[in-house]
Design a protein around this ligand. Sequence first.
Ligand code: HSE
Length: 429
Amino acid sequence: MKEYQVALLGFGTVGSGVYRIISENGAQISHREGISLSVRKILIKDFEHEPNLALAPRELFSTSFDEVVSDPSIDIVVECMGGIEPARTFIIKALDAGKTVVTSNKEVMSKNWPAFEKAAKATGAGLYLEATVGGGIPIIRTILDSMQANNITRVMGIINGTTNYILTQMTENGQSFEDALKDAQALGYAEANPTADVEGFDAMYKLSILSSMSFHAHMPIEVIYREGITKLTKSDFETAQLLNYRIKLLAIGKKEGNRIEVRVHPTMIPDTHPLASVRGVFNAIFLTGHAVDDVMLYGRGAGCMPTASAVVSDIIYACHHDKAHKYMTFVNEESMSGDIELVKDFSCIYCIRLHVADKPGTMAAIAGAFADHGVSLKSVIQLGENDGVSSRITFLTHMASEFGVNEALKQIEKLDCVNEVESVIRVEE
Ligand code: HSE
């Protein structure tokens, strides 16, 4: 039975989970897979501040990356440190040394994809990233190994558990964003600095990877439209409820011919949509292939054991592919991005709530501004309190262009009869 030696870079939530699975389940894995896995080295920053030292034998720990990368017995380097540096440098050096890399780090992967791909190809090392998107959900392997027969036309998902927890609290308990965030922090679902999650950066990194894999074209983070959940108010959730919608932070990629759009933003979806029932910290990803039609995967998008499950799956996959075809999971060629047209002026349905003067002519002026920019209205609803002086009007558009809606809103904001554009939320039916 072939033995494979693994080095872990980082021994936090993910690294310690990987160690635990290999230690506790190694015999079963050997029996089923015909390979033997062992952790040979664990890279930590320093011994004094390492909280998980008691979880593995002392002799496995090292503070020297050079010791790890120059050890010829190490076959696979698992990067689970997070952040950009030193993760980026360590990944490049490991690939340069011909060692296969498995990473759970979505930020470093999405920001350095071309450099990593070049380094991997130069030495023939493998590079695997199942754990970067959707935690324990086997989404990358599904796209690459199970949906190869398809042209994927749409990928749409809830890929950030922290924001899904917050949005679930706001929907079901009527909490404000601030209160729901505090609860998420108290439960350990949100970081002390929650920016990466609540402003949509984490989902953007993951969508970059997901859409690149799905559409076989490099989708750097710079081309992704991003909007977080921090501006959502209780009124938005009341409006959504009245319209039978749920508000979710969706990551959306669509491909039609050679035209691709990629975006992350709060989205209203019908409460009958399968993604609407994804509650709390759970993630789910909805794929559409031209042959298979719709597929949805659901599971835990973060956490020690779910993420480690994906990492160990990649380690096993790497062991089975150590002789040839190392790029089976990493096939995006730069040349494949050549013909792609990135659509910035995408089309959507929009739910727009205005605070307006309640007087004759208001509706006509607003409808006129929408018409001036080619935005067709589907329905108009006067919701909430009406004090006889001002009122709130919610407009649902037909499919309309993003640029057209933005221009119409600029004009509407200037109207005397409009006090405020209170909210603009895109809708996916
Ligand atoms: N913070 C992320 C989430 C998990 O809430 O889903 C790691 O990407």
